[in-house]
Design a protein around this ligand. Structure first.
Ligand code: G6P
Length: 607
């Protein structure tokens, strides 16, 4: 998830672009760059790290008089977060520069094709491949719109791109497919950006671009074309009334809500380039040359720990890898039996959690191979792991983790698939259904989320007097019960306990009374009859039950919450957002600080 901005108008472009990037920094912040044309030269300036590093570099660059230009703030997906991988990227001749948000899935084969034609690359990014390809197409067609249409016709994957060319200063092109792109329409100036806040101080009139559309702007005009045919498309200008903060939240009331609603996109991004739709094979090139683990220890904290627990079920049943999941702060202070031949999977959204780091360092010192599964590129976990698999959820702003967990579950599914396939033990059913189901999830989830939110709203109001909740689940729903309870505690400050349904009889049943509601995860899987009898036990003691289950499941619950199901364990991807939304709606209804709950930190870098 990166941020892009383009400007053409009557003001010096670079300050406008830099200001816009500042407001897009929430989309990524590992490096940044700008491009503009000055005295017939295409100038590209880039810097590693925060935007302030680029600003310092620009201070040393005199006479930034260009009135058009573009910029990028990066959240690395391919290649380390270093200057050579920062955007904009150029073609070999320096005739075009391009910024990109998204993932070019077939970049490897395009790169090989271009290298065979003598193109020399200066970065490891998928984006440079597109810049080089565009340069070739421009030389062939002689016009930028035709060249962009031709180049984009060759790429698979997702993109929002913006382009400037040496020979047409003042004109910018942009196009999108599955990544956001909006145009800002001003007086004597026009803008292109990933998100509205980038240009909000200058104009509130916007045109939302759709997939398959290309935009051309200069200072005094704009036009939208069909990417494939270059036929003009009629678009409507919309007037926005949001302030900058609301706009950064994409119109959502809180970052948490926005991030819950981003989960369909997160699943798509995590799968991009990592599965072969035809054969159903997982392709985790990050692990090339590494044999499947003999034994696996997963280390994590908080929500990442719950993701790890969930992953254990698949890693054992699909890949037949003996797996244990450890709370990092416990593991590091034990004298764990770990050494050469062991593999440790450290799961961390931030990649900076002190206990997870200490646990993985300990395992590494004793000879284990460490694989990092994290979201923040260049983080300590990623640097200190033998291998790293990035979850590609984009920056998570809300303290309570939501979309990061969704991305971790997606990657754990792919890991189980990958190792199960490598070992030749993957159940035939999983091979047949997994990839197909994963690919259908974003669409299903997208359609379901608004319905889920309104049901979560109704139920949270019905139970807003409760001071304590019991969350129950069996099998893979047990880690989800833990996560549901954690989310409620974190943001609504209502006490909640997550329990394995079968353990209820061994203690929590003593607490059940009409004021102590139970939130049950009850999908129609093979454990359903057992969950059903647990819930009857709760009801027999006067306890109220909310049951997240499939329509017509015949459960005796006070409130049934119908949740669609997909194949096997992957229904989790639909149950998880329901839990997140219930906690969100409860906290919001109770007037709590959803994004920054008291006493909590996004990244716990102390022991
Ligand atoms: C903190 C955050 C949680 C997160 C946990 C682990 O407690 O508030 O949302 O799950 O740390 O963080 P990590 O970055 O290692 O996943």
């Amino acid at each position: 998830m990166c941020g892009i901005i383009g400007y053409s108008g009557h003001r010096p472009a670079v300050p406008v672009v830099m200001e816009g990037l500042g407001r897009l920094e929430y989309r990524g912040y590992d490096s940044a760059g700008v491009a503009y044309v000055q005295r017939g030269q295409l100038i590209v300036l880039r810097a590693e790290g925060k935007l302030s590093n680029l600003a310092r570099k620009l201070e040393e660059t005199p006479s930034l008089t260009a009135t058009s230009g573009m910029g990028h703030t990066r959240w690395a997906t391919h290649g380390l977060p270093v200057e050579r991988n920062a955007h904009p990227h150029q073609d070999q001749q320096g005739s075009v520069a391009l910024v990109h948000n998204g993932i070019i899935e077939n970049y490897q084969e395009l790169r090989e094709e271009l290298e065979a034609q003598g193109v020399a690359f200066s970065s490891e990014t998928d984006t440079e491949v597109l810049a080089q390809l565009l340069g070739r197409c421009l030389a062939e067609t002689g016009s930028l719109d035709k060249a962009l249409s031709m180049a984009l016709g060759r790429v698979d994957g997702s993109y929002a791109v913006c382009v400037v060319s040496r020979d047409h200063p003042g004109v910018l092109y942009a196009a999108r497919k599955s990544s956001p792109l909006v145009m800002g329409v001003g007086v004597g100036e026009n803008f292109l950006a990933s998100d509205i806040p980038a240009f909000l101080p200058y104009t509130r009139d916007v045109v939302f671009l759709e997939d398959g559309e290309m935009a051309r702007i200069d200072a005094n005009s704009w036009q939208v074309l069909d990417v494939a045919t270059l036929a003009p498309v009629t678009k409507e200008i919309k007037h926005i009334t949001w302030d900058v903060q609301a706009a950064q939240k994409g119109g959502y009331k809180h970052f948490m809500l926005k991030e819950i609603f981003e989960q369909p996109r997160v699943i798509t991004d995590c799968l991009a380039g990592r599965v072969d739709r035809r054969t159903g094979r997982a392709n985790l090139s990050e692990l090339d040359g590494l044999a499947p683990p003999e034994r696996l220890t997963i280390l994590a904290c908080g929500t990442s720990y719950h993701a790890g627990l969930w992953g254990m079920y698949l890693l054992e049943s699909w890949a037949r890898i003996p797996t244990r999941v450890e709370i990092a702060s416990e593991y590091r202070y034990r004298d764990p039996i770990v050494g050469p031949g062991d593999t440790v999977l450290a799961i961390s959204q931030s990649g900076e959690t002190a206990d997870t780091l200490a646990g993985m360092r300990l395992a590494r010192e004793r000879g284990a191979t460490v694989i990092g599964l994290c979201n923040v590129v260049g983080s300590t976990v990623s640097r200190e792991s033998d291998r790293v698999v990035y979850t590609q959820a984009g920056p998570e702003m809300s303290v309570a983790s939501t979309k990061a967990m969704c991305s971790q579950l997606t990657l754990l599914t792919l890991l189980a698939l990958h190792w199960g396939q490598q070992k030749g033990v993957l159940p035939a059913e999983a091979t047949a259904h997994c990839v197909k189901t994963m690919e259908s999830l974003p669409g299903i989830l997208e359609a379901e989320l608004p319905r889920m939110r309104s049901r979560a709203g109704e139920l949270s109001r019905a139970y807003s007097d409760a001071t304590s909740f019991l969350y129950l689940g069996r099998g893979q729903c047990f880690p989800l019960a833990l996560e549901g309870a954690l989310k409620l505690k974190e943001i609504s400050y209502i006490h909640a306990e997550g329990y394995a349904s079968g353990e209820m009889k061994h203690g929590p049943i003593a607490l059940i009374d009409p004021k102590f509601p139970t939130f049950a995860l009850a999908p129609r899987d093979e454990l359903f009859p057992k969950v059903k009898s647990n819930l009857e036990e709760v009801r027999a003691r006067g306890g109220k039950v909310i049951a997240l289950t499939r329509a017509g499941s015949g459960l005796q619950a006070d409130h049934e919450w119908e949740c669609p199901e997909v194949w096997g364990p992957l229904s989790t991807f639909l149950l998880l957002p329901a839990l997140q939304l219930f906690a969100y709606e409860m906290a919001d209804y109770l007037g709590k600080d959803v994004d920054q709950p008291r006493n909590l930190a996004k990244s716990v870098t102390v022991e």
